[in-house]
Ligand binder design. Structure first.
Ligand SMILES: Nc1ncnc2c1ncn2[C@@H]1O[C@H](COP(=O)(O)OP(=O)(O)OP(=O)(O)O)[C@@H](O)[C@H]1O
Ligand SMILES: [Mg+2]
Length: 425
């Protein structure tokens, strides 16, 4: 059947959108909404008509003397019949009329499109690749994010968590992957988590993990501090309600609630106390928070046993994940990170690992800093000229002796009891 190419007219909008809707090419740079917006604002477009039906449509967007082809689509029944080759000259004519001298198109590097483009005089730029970053903050959200003290974290924080393989693997599988692959999760009947609790002794990396998850997901990270909320004139319950109302405006967000035992301690004693009011408020807020599948609440606590039991129920929190002190493998990774910075290869890692049982990542970080400072002062203040710069095994061991391990036998015992009583992984 004869193919007629003509300029796009306003009346064509519906047919063109229907066509685009069912023929979205793989790897299309310009989204459907962007293309419809461009059509409406009169950017150059042509349609191919066959038997009275629109069977192809092409759109360009002109900026200065450059035009980008935003979309070329052909009805399924008419594919392979040279429709793009017929559309391209029409589109080119319109863009030239608008003053464009260069016409660009980002397309998959193989297939029919390439032949059509080359036949129409386009040259492939083989050394080019298409780079794109999708910012996770939607329009209008950045002001809100700022007012909540939140931010989009840099990528790579997850990868920078040293050691802690057991925790990393668990969080990766239960939390990160289902949120990253919601369709696959759903196909397996897996509900992506909406809320989790991280519990463990101080300095084991709960905050670090929460930030790592946000960084992995590329979701904005908002942290709320119970102590700051409590200072709110309307009281803590009211402040919580307000924060949750604001959070509900985000398309995607990780809400981190640290020291959650201060907000939801076990309700005991007089039921009218203000603590009861706050715990009750939080219990009411969580179900609404859980309704959207692109939000994650991460609550952290050093004292899971002092949390209200209703707060911890499965319907509220999907997982209760222990974050413990690092084992020998994790301590090796942690020490190695600091030792590698100085570039010294003669440090006896095994001795350091053995000497720092019960040390948290925070303790190791602190000891490494003390050792580095000592080595620095030896040279900068006392003029020592070491054969090798940087802290050596003795410096690290001396520093380690100054640090009291956070996780004592008693704390370790309590943590093990908490795992037995509360962990849900
Ligand atoms: N796995 C890790 N790799 C490297 N550094 C880590 C790791 N875990 C924690 N750290 C560092 O240790 C310090 C304490 O970690 P973090 O604040 O995450 O612990 P926490 O469990 O939240 O502590 P708290 O209970 O006191 O809030 C931070 O400086 C963090 O960068
Ligand atoms: Mg913390």
């Amino acid at each position: 059947m004869a193919l007629l190419v003509r300029d796009y007219q306003d009346d064509d909008l519906e047919s063109v959108v229907r066509l685009w809707d069912v023929t979205t090419p793989h790897g299309c740079v310009f989204g459907l909404a962007e293309c419809i917006g461009a059509l409406r604002s009169g950017e150059p477009a042509v349609v191919a008509v066959s038997g009275g039906e629109i069977v192809g449509a092409a759109l360009a967007i002109v900026t200065g003397d450059r035009a980008w082809i935003a979309r070329i689509a052909v009805a399924r029944a008419n594919q392979g019949a040279g429709v793009p080759a017929a559309l391209l000259p029409g589109l080119e004519r319109l863009t030239v009329e608008r003053g464009a001298r260069r016409l660009g198109y980002v397309a998959p590097p193989e297939g029919e499109a390439v032949d059509n483009l080359e036949a129409a005089g386009f040259t492939m730029q083989p050394a080019m690749a298409f780079f794109e970053k999708v910012e996770s903050v939607g329009p209008g959200e950045s002001g809100l994010l700022e007012s909540l003290g939140g931010r989009v974290l840099p990528s790579g924080l997850w990868e920078r968590i040293s050691g802690m393989e057991a925790e990393k693997t668990l969080i990766e599988r239960r939390v990160v992957l289902p949120l990253q692959e919601p369709e696959l999760a759903q196909a397996h009947g897996v509900m992506p988590p909406r809320a989790i609790v991280l519990f463990g002794p101080p300095g084991t990396g709960k905050t670090t993990f929460a930030r790592g998850i946000a960084s992995r997901l590329n979701w904005p990270f908002v942290e709320i501090f119970p102590s700051r909320l409590a200072a709110d004139a309307g009281g803590l319950a009211n402040a919580l309600r307000e924060v949750f109302a604001q959070i509900s405006e985000f398309e995607r967000v990780l809400l981190f609630m640290d020291e959650v035992e201060e907000i939801a301690p076990r309700r005991e004693g007089v039921p009218t106390s203000s603590v009861h009011g706050v715990t009750n408020e939080l219990l009411k807020l969580i179900p609404a928070f859980r309704e959207r599948d692109t939000r994650l609440l991460v609550a952290a606590t050093n004292s899971v046993r002092s949390l209200d039991s209703a707060f911890l129920r499965p319907g509220r929190f999907d997982y209760l994940i222990p974050v413990g002190p690092p084992d020998a493998t994790a301590r090796r990774a942690l020490w190695k990170r600091f030792v590698d910075v100085s570039g010294r290869t003669d440090v006896d890692l095994d001795t350091l690992i053995a000497a720092t049982e019960g040390f948290t990542p925070a303790d190791i970080e602190y000891a490494a800093r003390v050792a580095a400072q000592a080595a620095f002062e030896r040279q900068a203040v006392h003029g020592a000229m070491p054969a090798l710069p940087g802290a050596g095994t003795d410096d690290y061991l001396a520093a380690q002796r100054q640090v009291r391990p956070t996780v004592t036998q008693a704390i370790r015992q309590e943590f093990l009891e908490d795992i037995a009583a509360f962990a849900r992984t």
